[in-house]
Design a protein around this ligand. Sequence first.
Ligand SMILES: Cc1cc2nc3c(=O)[nH]c(=O)nc-3n(C[C@H](O)[C@H](O)[C@H](O)COP(=O)(O)OP(=O)(O)OC[C@H]3O[C@@H](n4cnc5c(N)ncnc54)[C@H](O)[C@@H]3O)c2cc1C
Length: 379
Amino acid sequence: MRGRLIHFENRHTAFQPYGQRPNELNFSVSRHRLNQALIEVAAELPGISLHFQHRFETADFSGKTARIRDLAKDRVVSVPMQPMLATDGAGSSMRRQMSAQGLIRAGETDLEHGYKELSIPAGPGGSFRLAGDVLHIWPRGNYMLIALPNDDGSFTATLFLPNRGPTSFESLNDSKTIDEFLTQSFPDARELMPDAVAEFSAHAVGFLGAVSAHPWHSGATAALIGDAAHAMVPFHGQGMNCCFEDCIEFDACVARHSRSDGYSWAEAFAEFGAARKPNTDAITAMALENYLEMRESVADPKFQLRQALSLELERRFPRRFIPRYSMVMFHHEIPYLTAQRRGVTQDEILSGLTQGAGALSDIDFGRAELEIIAKLPPL
Ligand SMILES: Cc1cc2nc3c(=O)[nH]c(=O)nc-3n(C[C@H](O)[C@H](O)[C@H](O)COP(=O)(O)OP(=O)(O)OC[C@H]3O[C@@H](n4cnc5c(N)ncnc54)[C@H](O)[C@@H]3O)c2cc1C
């Protein structure tokens, strides 16, 4: 996807590129196929055995054993935690148990907005009924609809809405109200979603929230990684990438604590958490900020000028000024924390330069150069 296509209520559209180089694209991939590919690769590695349909239930941290239920045979097996690395996602049972037993401090924040998936079917012969190389957004202030292209010409649309209140999942509770809401709010999208009312009624509201925990381990017995340690709201499209970055850091930490008779797990876990948490905290905060940007700011002409100016400043000062979105999405060598900190400075510069300006031709680029050189060291 090359950028966002904003759909206004009057059916007009505006394109906002994600970046400005040919490789500055976001990829919309099948979650199912990705999971399958990862499992296939893991299965090829020596020393790996895969057990499906097994649910971790409880842990005895002092006895270092975990109870795992074999769902197919409905029996519980006791396994040693030597150690156990929990990758059980945002609702992690391991995290909740570590927290309940006072081994870590952990919290879950509810965004008070939820989401539902709807679908836009493919056109004739698997063709796209909207542009197939962009992320579509219908920003409506306190709520929004987005749609991402699939390989088969269809789109997965996601409606983000407050859980309670005048326009909310709670208030939209019969077919007529749902239909009216979708038709009034997203007229062009509604025409492409023949099953939207039935899907809206049938689909559960998805939870949106963030997870925070500290530390991410209990001695050498158990550790959290991925969403189990730091789930975030999905508005930066970085949740999974952040988990893959975890894996790279974790691998490096474990390698540094390899001994002739095994590994110093407690040290490796502690080092991993210390290295990653400042960065996962930064992307968690930026992901939340992006919700406001997507549902509200993208439709604002002032935001559009700031975006255009950001890209122009990157063209003029490519080693010093990189739009925050690009630092996060296209520069994996720039840690999330650095992107967040430089983003604050860049925001101040953009605010100063765009004050009273209506177009790029009004910008004082001499002042821009002085400020950028003074405040943004080369990357
Ligand atoms: C609406 C939405 C949109 C998103 N969009 C994006 C995006 O565009 N880009 C992006 O990078 N990220 C996105 N994400 C985030 C991404 O999905 C997660 O960051 C990523 O899947 C986390 O990987 P994980 O392996 O840590 O956890 P998960 O993928 O959640 O996997 C956890 C696994 O643990 C299993 N499990 C749970 N409990 C137990 C138990 N007790 N015992 C055994 N197994 C258990 C689950 O079945 C699951 O297989 C999105 C998330 C949401 C909710």
